[in-house]
Design a protein around this ligand. Structure first.
Ligand code: CP
Ligand code: NVA
Length: 304
């Protein structure tokens, strides 16, 4: 395992599957009430420059269940918000803590933090990607479908951080990935280039029903991500057809799953009816943030 988890592009298929296997084991131990204080005495610094419910709570509860503790740092009440260089934050936190989780805007900030930190850095979402979310997604798909390889995953919506990470996680684990998005909102060019290495396994089209055809897993995310709130009215118009609804479900495979990273906007990217019909899958997915991230922390921080 590498020192950090900055993006799924950095991980081999074997490394992704190892995280998923450990996540399953930790989930099983938790369900059976078997204590697992593998990170006793270790401290995770959690930097949040954007809002969060799931990521904050799952990391904080997760490190606690592993015997360690977390320190929450927001840009508003730390020196990060007063422009202390990320290089210095990295070096200081490395003297106090055993791992850093960061949620911020620019992927470069996370990469720089990792370069200067001597302890593992975990990406808890940037504008470019959301690797922890997709590890939980893959764990959920594998639980429900019994496999990943050979399944078709269809993402409908903005070619954003979720789309970027689903492309990496899906293709690396042998899934076919179809992205339905407007032509000017495609995934990052780096991801389009990566996907081009998987001929016959990847599709990016504005045609929602073509992308959703025979899909085993349908996925969507908000039309305007954190930091894009000012574009909402414009995006609402552009993305109005990019919705998981009964018509889309009608062309997907029989017993297709529906996933959503949450928070969801019913009536926008997904109808309330489809959301409610698939709530068990969606909240299993949310729960798996805990187990997948415990696996990541365990694998990265155990030797600190
Ligand atoms: N899915 C996700 O990362 O949720 P939060 O923004 O609540 O952390
Ligand atoms: N694309 C969304 C994901 C939230 C988990 C955002 O970046 O706001």
């Amino acid at each position: 395992m590498k020192k950090d988890l900055l993006k799924l592009l950095d991980l081999s298929t074997e490394e992704i599957l190892e995280i998923l296997d450990v996540a399953d084991q930790l989930k099983d131990m938790k369900k059976k009430g078997i204590p697992h204080p593998f990170l006793a005495g270790k401290t995770l610094a959690m930097i949040f420059e954007k809002n969060s419910t799931r990521t904050r709570v799952s990391f904080e509860a997760g490190i606690y269940q592993l015997g360690g503790n977390a320190i929450f740092l927001s840009d508003k009440d730390s020196q990060i918000g007063r422009n202390e260089p990320v290089e210095d934050t990295a070096r200081v936190l490395s003297r106090f803590c055993d791992g850093i989780m960061i949620r911020t805007y620019a992927q470069e900030e996370v990469e720089t933090l990792a370069k200067y930190a001597t302890i593992p850095v975990i990406n808890g979402l940037t504008d470019f990607c959301h690797p922890c979310q997709v590890l939980a997604d893959l764990q959920t798909i594998r639980e429900h479908k019994g496999k990943l390889e050979g399944l078709k995953l269809c993402y409908i919506g903005d070619g954003n951080n979720m789309a970027n990470s689903l492309i990496a996680g899906g293709l690396k684990t042998g899934m076919k990935v179809a992205i339905a998005c407007p032509g000017t909102y495609q995934p990052d060019p780096v991801m389009m280039e990566f996907a081009a290495q998987y001929p016959g396994m990847f599709q990016c089209t504005p045609d929602i029903l073509e992308a959703a055809k025979d899909a085993d897993v349908l996925y969507t995310d908000v039309w305007a991500s954190m930091g894009q709130e000012g574009e909402f009215n414009e995006r609402k118009e552009i993305f109005k057809d990019y919705q998981i609804n009964d018509t889309v479900m009608g062309v997907a495979a029989e017993k297709a799953m529906v996933l959503h990273c949450l928070p969801a906007h019913r009536g926008e990217e997904i109808t309330a009816e489809v959301f409610d019909a698939h709530a068990d899958e969606i909240f299993d997915e949310a729960e798996n943030r805990l187990h997948a991230q415990k696996a990541v922390m365990y694998l990265l921080m155990k030797n600190q």
